[in-house]
Design a protein around this ligand. Structure first.
Ligand code: PEP
Ligand code: MG
Length: 311
């Protein structure tokens, strides 16, 4: 009576086309890491920290009050580690906290959040982090611990920066937290026209990459609230003004050896993929379900560029 051992069936990475432009994947929650890694993506273009905190149903301040600083740090380390393990040695770009006050308001501790007339133009992203270094330093400590554990595939990304001053202040806090910016890959999201127009100075401040957050870049370039149904038909990530800002940014970054990428929803759209490949972006990050199609679209556009160059 011989029984065959049952082999565990792991999802296989599909055969992926070889492309010069990297195709990465956005991971919305750490639980999706295995499925994301199975796409064969070249890494994670966006992992948002706030889901690790918001899923506890507490604001960061309340969480720390109730459970202590170490538990807060551990929450982040564990969340990132699950994804960094799954992808190792492929890079995983982790974005520091970026939740608007109206999202925080719904949580335990939310009663202490400032009441804002327009949270999307308010206290969020790097602005809040720079204003509350005593909370932000725990995120940076989580990164330091991850690096110490050997997760050299983890990259740090700062959201909603406007200019080199934001970048230099964030860099200073990284250094204070014991992270050597020269040794790590770190960068910014390009989400405001100011950031797109000011990227040269940010490059001089030492960033390694700039990633287009087209959800916000579109909203701020066109003055179209991304959450307002009345103007939803005017929310166009492919608007010429948005595409121009992207093109300009890629060109400046290329001159300064700064990698460029996209991590907004538009990275899953074929017309945006075509624009980015034609302009020479380094990588594109797409939703899990779109990775396969984006890989093939990138291949198609790259082949066309090659053919056009020899004709
Ligand atoms: C973006 O703005 O495109 C982005 C990816 O960030 P979020 O959607 O979290 O604002
Ligand atoms: Mg954004």
């Amino acid at each position: 009576d011989e029984t065959e051992p049952v082999e565990e069936v792991r999802p296989q990475a599909p055969v992926k086309p070889m492309t010069a432009t990297e195709v990465k994947v956005n991971v919305s929650i750490p639980e999706a890491a295995e499925r994301a890694a199975a796409t064969g993506a070249d890494g994670v273009g966006l992992l948002r920290i706030e889901h690790m905190i918001l899923s506890t149903n507490k604001t960061p301040e309340r969480y720390i009050e109730d459970h202590g600083e170490d538990a807060y740090i551990e929450e982040i380390v564990d969340g990132v580690r699950g994804v960094a393990d799954e992808f190792y040695p492929r890079p995983v770009r982790v974005r520091t906290l970026d939740a608007p006050t109206d999202e925080f308001r719904q949580l335990e501790g939310g009663e202490n959040e400032p009441e804002e007339h327009n949270p999307m133009l308010g206290y969020r992203g790097i602005r809040r982090s720079l204003d509350t270094p005593d909370v932000f330093k725990h995120e940076l400590e989580a990164f330091r611990q991850l690096f110490e554990m050997g997760y050299d595939n983890v990259e740090i990304m700062f959201p909603l920066v406007n200019d080199a001053e934001d970048v230099l202040r964030a860099k200073g806090l990284m250094e204070e937290a014991g992270i050597d910016p020269e040794k790590r890959s770190w960068g910014v999201m390009i989400e405001t026209p100011a950031a797109a127009l000011g990227v040269e100075k940010m490059a001089e401040a030492g960033i390694d990459f700039a990633s287009f957050g087209t959800n916000d870049l579109t909203q701020y370039t066109l003055a179209v609230d991304r959450n307002n149904g009345n103007v939803a038909d005017r929310f166009d990530e492919l608007h010429p003004a948005v595409l121009d800002l992207i093109s300009q940014t890629i060109e400046t970054c290329r001159d300064h050896d700064v990698n460029t990428s996209i991590c907004g929803q538009a990275g899953s759209k074929p017309r945006m993929v075509k624009h980015l490949v034609n302009e020479g972006a380094t990588s594109i990050s797409a939703n899990i379900d779109a990775v396969r199609d984006v890989q093939h679209e990138v291949k198609r556009v790259e082949q066309k560029l090659l053919l056009d160059s020899v004709r």
